[in-house]
Design a protein around this ligand. Structure first.
Ligand SMILES: *[C@@H]1O[C@H](CO)[C@@H](O)[C@H](O)[C@H]1NC(C)=O
Ligand SMILES: *[C@@H]1O[C@H](CO)[C@@H](O)[C@H](O)[C@H]1NC(C)=O
Ligand SMILES: *[C@@H]1O[C@H](CO)[C@@H](O)[C@H](O)[C@H]1NC(C)=O
Ligand SMILES: *[C@@H]1O[C@H](CO)[C@@H](O)[C@H](O)[C@H]1NC(C)=O
Length: 385
């Protein structure tokens, strides 16, 4: 039973981070069958299915917290920040249509049961809070290198290696390719013949491993301090603010990517090892007990057909007392991010490309089918999913 129904607690703040809904592929792979022009609006865009998923998430939130959230939109009670991408911004817009359809005298046009609600963003190049992995962090690039070379990572990769002399396949490219194929299959586009169910299953596991290797597997805490910990810090700050008597905010929403959820969950050590699906949502609920003490309950909604999965912060109970929560996560929070990144000056975009290129340097020999179909290439940009 959720605490929201318990009389001993009152909910004070709802905070969550979701991934955007279903989208078109972010890019093609060299032997891909479908060009960007075959997708309405091109690559990386929210689809109608994605809109439905986000609308459903909004309606779900409205229903689940109907006793807490006023049916009437009130600007003091809500704050929304999205990464600066079309698909994440659009995801919040359609989500908000489900959460706050205008009622009563907020209806401004009876034909359109929708009302404008502001969504905030910062430019991608300055977004260290929601957009991961954050560029311009040399220490993190080093950690990426070390991870690829670590036995912990190599052990996990081993089962997928296929001996193909001298032919390397890149893990990150493999994720991109899997992602594109997944989009094509969801939208009933023909897949290449080699993309059998079995190959897709393997590629999905590899994609999850790729995500894990960015933020986890090796020196996870050190990496978290430079990535997901920044978001943990922002979340904790909002939660602490909500314990102040002057607080009016009831709900705070972050709209982002699978990498954001992965970075956050790995920083909190609650990641389930799977790729966050579309519209996956990480909930934080702040409660106040009768005694006046505050506690945090977490859950993860990764499937619209079942209730969110309750999550427990390792080392704590669920719900976790706020002070204990703060203490447990303090090890992934840094005071001076730039300094900890070992950064003396802001790098130019070349530096960024170079740093990101490092992610691709250590290649695995795997899925030779993929290679046969020519997906071996170098790419110097980092794609956010
Ligand atoms: C909901 O908002 C309306 C309008 O701002 C206000 O009159 C009402 O008291 C609020 N209800 C609750 C339960 O907060
Ligand atoms: C990462 O590894 C590559 C290849 O060994 C090396 O050239 C590069 O300098 C390393 N980068 C960092 C930041 O350690
Ligand atoms: C794909 O085909 C299935 C089976 O015909 C259908 O149920 C589904 O709606 C189609 N998906 C899209 C996105 O058109
Ligand atoms: C959702 O998360 C739960 C708990 O970690 C996991 O057991 C389940 O397989 C996940 N489902 C999907 C669709 O990722």
């Amino acid at each position: 039973m959720s605490l929201s129904t318990s009389l001993l607690y009152i909910i004070k703040l709802l905070l969550y981070v979701f991934r955007h809904g279903d989208r078109t592929p972010v890019e093609n792979f060299p032997t891909g069958l479908h060009k960007e022009s075959e997708w309405p609006q091109g690559f990386g865009q929210l689809t109608k299915i994605g809109m439905q998923q986000q609308y459903e998430l909004g309606q779900y939130t409205r229903k689940r917290y109907s006793n807490f959230l006023n049916a009437t939109y009130n600007r003091h009670e809500i704050f929304i920040q999205s990464t600066d991408y079309d698909r994440t911004i659009m995801s919040t817009q359609v989500y908000l249509a489900g959460l706050f359809p205008p009622v009563g005298n907020q209806i401004w046009n009876p034909q359109i049961l929708w009302q404008p609600i502001p969504v905030h963003t910062v430019p991608v190049s300055e977004d260290h809070m929601l957009h991961f992995p954050s560029p311009n962090c040399p220490r993190f690039d080093e950690l990426q290198n070390e991870t690829q070379a670590s036995w912990q990572f190599q052990n996990k990769l081993q089962p997928y290696m296929v001996k193909q002399k001298g032919k390397n396949i890149n893990l990150r490219d493999s994720w991109n390719t899997y992602d594109t194929l997944l989009c094509e299959s969801i939208h009933n586009y023909t897949l290449p013949e080699w993309a059998s169910r079995d190959v897709m299953k393997k590629m999905k596991e590899l994609a999850a491993l790729s995500l894990q290797s960015i933020f986890g597997i090796y020196k996870t805490k050190d990496k978290a301090r430079l990535q997901g910990g920044v978001l943990v810090n922002a979340i904790l700050k909002s939660i602490k603010k909500a314990t102040q008597p002057s607080n009016k905010r009831k709900i705070q929403i972050f709209s982002a990517h699978d990498t954001t959820i992965g970075a956050l969950q790995m920083a909190l050590n609650i990641f389930n090892g799977k790729l966050p699906p579309y519209s996956a949502c990480q909930f934080f609920e702040l409660y106040q007990e009768n005694s006046g003490h505050y506690s945090i309950e977490m859950s993860y909604r990764n499937d619209s057909l079942t209730d969110p999965y309750p999550l427990r912060l390792p080392g704590c109970t669920s719900p976790c007392p706020l002070e204990k929560f703060a203490k447990l996560v303090s090890s992934v929070i840094v005071e001076d991010w730039s300094k900890e990144c070992g950064k003396c000056q802001v790098r130019d975009s070349l530096g960024f490309d170079f740093a990101v290129g490092l992610l691709f340097i250590f290649d695995a020999l795997l899925l030779y089918l993929l290679y046969e179909y020519g997906s071996c290439r170098r790419k110097n940009t980092y794609q956010n999913f």
